[in-house]
Design a protein around this ligand. Structure first.
Ligand code: ZN
Length: 162
């Protein structure tokens, strides 16, 4: 447990000090905004998809350390991969952070991303770690804005009109 926690803290610190792919992706043809009202994380993601491959990806925004580290690792992991492979990783990452996938048992492609496995035990931080992935999914599907509220349906309901 302590060895894992040490690694986790190292990774979070490292990616906050030197976030990978921070800034706008050049010649982006996909973008989306993600918002996590629970923590206040905001992320703007720009992606350039060439054919079915992610040629460039960048993120900007104001977020907590977990969200920023997750975005930094996500962008460096999916860059150069196909959209299909990225969608598979999105699903696996969500499953791991919600405890549905045990990285020790299930077959998966998460590699170093398993460092985020511990957030499954921290319910209030799950959405911080998942937000960049959720936003990437939205960018692929041309949904411009998404929040971690109402995961299944990114289109807000009509209730609560003021
Ligand atoms: Zn957060």
């Amino acid at each position: 447990m302590s060895a894992y926690k040490e690694l986790y803290q190292q990774v979070i610190l490292d990616h906050n000090k030197k976030p990978r792919n921070y800034g706008a992706a050049p010649d982006a043809n996909r973008s989306a905004d993600g918002y996590n009202p629970l923590c206040g994380d905001r992320i703007h993601l720009t992606v350039r998809v060439d054919g079915d491959r992610i040629a460039a990806i960048g993120f900007e925004g104001q977020s907590c350390a977990i969200c920023k580290a997750s975005a930094s690792m996500m962008t460096s992991t999916v860059k150069g991969k196909t959209v299909q492979d990225a969608e598979m990783l999105i699903q696996e990452f969500r499953d791991m952070t919600t405890g549905k996938l045990n990285p020790d048992e299930a077959a998966h492609h998460l590699g170093r991303l398993t460092v985020f496995r511990g957030v499954a035990d921290l319910p209030s931080r799950v959405k911080c770690a998942v937000l960049p992935w959720h936003t990437l999914h939205s960018a692929f599907h041309e949904v411009r804005e998404t929040t971690t509220e109402g995961e299944a349906d990114p289109v807000p309901g009509s209730q609560g009109q003021v």
